[in-house]
Design a protein around this ligand. Structure first.
Ligand code: ADP
Length: 159
């Protein structure tokens, strides 16, 4: 079975992430979305909430599983015997950093990284920008799935 991992923070999942995950799901037998547990980085949603949102909106693909992880992505890959990481590239600005990580991961564990060019519709889209817009009452429909939009509205109305 050909499996691939899409690692990230997904705080929260956006339509840009979903574009990459859905395209990967057509190329591989199984896509494991690995949600990073990062205790030093402040997130808007807990890792359980982030994983729950992704599971909800990827159900329809049929071959996507969501897992939580901390530590190195290559260790996650090694433990599950997954040889490939897929990362989305939005613009040249993503490239420098992503290239370094990919080379480090290959050096550390022989894990390959496949880069997928984002759909230009989403090349400006990031979780942090979505949060900023939503925080000040901006309309994020079309940028995140409806269920995520509702959670953002609820979260910001509580604070
Ligand atoms: P990280 O904190 O590791 O950058 P993210 O949750 O921001 O994690 O992103 C996870 C993956 O999704 C990365 O490969 C990132 O490049 C990709 N990604 C994020 N936003 C988009 C987008 N708008 N279009 C395509 N890929 C994206």
């Amino acid at each position: 079975m050909r499996r691939v991992v899409c690692p990230g923070s997904y705080d929260p999942v956006t339509n840009g992430h979903l574009d990459i995950i859905s395209r990967a799901s057509r190329l591989y037998d199984e896509v494991v979305v690995a949600v990073l547990i990062n205790i030093s980085k402040k997130s808007l949603f807990t890792v359980d909430e982030r994983a729950e949102m992704i599971a909800e909106v990827t159900k329809q693909y049929g071959n996507v599983v969501v897992e939580k992880f901390h530590g190195l992505t290559v260790d996650f890959c090694r433990e599950r015997d997954i040889p490939v990481i897929v990362r989305g590239l939005r613009a040249v600005s993503d490239f420098d950093y992503e290239l370094q990580i990919a080379q480090m991961n290959h050096q550390l564990a022989g894990v390959e990284t496949m880069f997928m060019a984002t759909n230009p519709l989403y090349s400006f889209l990031s979780s942090s920008l979505v949060k900023e817009v939503a925080q000040y009452g901006g309309d994020v429909s079309g940028l995140v799935p409806e269920s995520v939009q509702q959670r953002l509205i609820r979260r910001f109305s509580q604070s």
